[in-house]
Design a protein around this ligand. Structure first.
Ligand code: TYD
Length: 139
């Protein structure tokens, strides 16, 4: 199973302002089925707090900063996203939370699937069990 990791995106530096882009074929580990964004997050609020069975995603802090806690069932890692030329890739079956949103932060999420309510795992123990059963299967 692949692990969460940062993807460095192109940055075209220019005195008129910098520019970054994403091309699905060059930069994305999956085909983009959906794009959504999280904004106007009041101080202290936490988003996420679940895992996905299928959905893979790349999260970009288009503006401001926030932390993404990724937990693969064995270890937890905190990624502070505060540069719009980095994307955080999160594979399926990772428990993830987004927190410490700065004022006016904007989180862009590129998703490998359309929205499916049934894809969400909200129970941490169920997540661990599913994760373990996948790992057994991969052996
Ligand atoms: P949810 O993914 O639960 O937010 P978070 O994980 O950040 O706390 O989504 C919140 C609500 O928005 C939920 O009622 C479903 C709805 N929603 C959609 O309708 N389409 C989407 O693509 C997403 C991401 C959420």
């Amino acid at each position: 199973m692949s692990q969460a990791h940062l993807i460095e995106l192109p940055k075209v530096e220019d005195p008129r302002g910098n520019l970054t882009f994403i091309e699905e074929v060059r930069h994305m580990p999956f085909c983009i089925q959906r794009v959504y964004w999280i904004y106007d997050v009041p101080g202290g609020q936490v988003r996420g707090g679940h895992a996905f069975k299928e959905q893979r995603e790349v999260i970009v802090a288009l503006s401001g900063s926030f932390d993404v806690v990724c937990d693969d069932g064995v270890s937890k890692k905190v990624y502070t996203l505060n540069r719009s030329y980095y994307g955080l890739y999160i594979p399926a079956l990772n428990w993830r939370q987004m927190l410490n949103f700065s004022t006016n932060s904007l989180a862009l999420v590129l998703s490998s699937t359309r929205y499916h309510r049934e894809d969400y795992i909200y129970d941490y123990e169920a997540f661990l069990q599913l994760r373990n059963s996948h790992e057994q299967h991969d052996l």
